[in-house]
Design a protein around this ligand. Sequence first.
Ligand SMILES: [Zn+2]
Length: 351
Amino acid sequence: MGIETPEQLDNHHHVEFFSGVLIPGLVNAHTHTELSYLQGKIPPGGGFAAFADGIGRWRSQVPEAERAAAAAFRDAKMRSEGVVAVGDICNSSFTFEHKCRSGLHYLNFIEYFGLAVTDFSATDAVAERARVMGLRWSKTPHSTYALQDRPFRTLACEGDPLSIHFMESRSEADLFEGRGPLHERNERLGLSIDFAAYGSPARRITESVPPEKNILLVHNTFVDEESVQRIEDHFTGRVTWVLCPRSNEYIEGVLPAYGLLRQCGVRIALGTDSLASNESLSPVEELKRFSGKVPLHELIRWATLGGAEALGIDDWAGSFELGKRPGAVLLTGADPLTETLRPEAVTRRIL
Ligand SMILES: [Zn+2]
């Protein structure tokens, strides 16, 4: 196997021609495939707390077989569109069966949350099931606002990599100052927090997570420069800032802080988030949100190598290099001169 630029390509046997841009297999660094059954169920624009309530309401109303079928369908669709690897948040194990047979590489983030929860044995059982079934998995806290101090610190030591929802909403920072919608929601539910003394979501992370850990910070819609620097300075492991623009537009009506993150020169990857807050799990649709704002070659890197490094699979995925088997994807509808994506741009798996 090799990568070459031969003369007179059409003189060679077995050469196939494609019109478009050939890119490595795509990495969807953040989704929740088990929420695929929620497509179209939660109306857009309701804000963050209303969204969380909406998920809670629907979760119990759809039979597990139906939820598993929705996730398996999206697995197949992602594969045909050129996705090779997925960072998938898991709150239960019903997607594990089809993942054992899937052509996609999954890193299953077993997610812990619940301010009032003291017994996490149900979530521990999900992790155990992943282990028994031979899947790749890692324990992770949901966010800086959904777990009390002790379980957060314990998980920060146990999981690697961690995948933490981060600054998806302004209220995540406001919570540490005893105000905002998350604070009000806690008050309504009679919940108190024991971690406000950290002062901010970023400080909670740097003071709880050992520096050698690898970490994905997901969303970054309202992140500021001080938080980015604090986190980048703290970690010796890999830090990846994962952007899910369509989900942010759906819930909060804004784009993530991509300008700031680019300016800081940090590693960026791309996720679709779940179908509870998105119309598809297609990375190219996410990239279109940045078209004209960020050059195409950089966007492609976010959706390939950035994600592969985040999931720790850059030894085989993310770029065309000798010794790797990253898959090959045809991107059509791109304009190479202006480095933009046209609205009709799509991706299709070639290899
Ligand atoms: Zn998410």
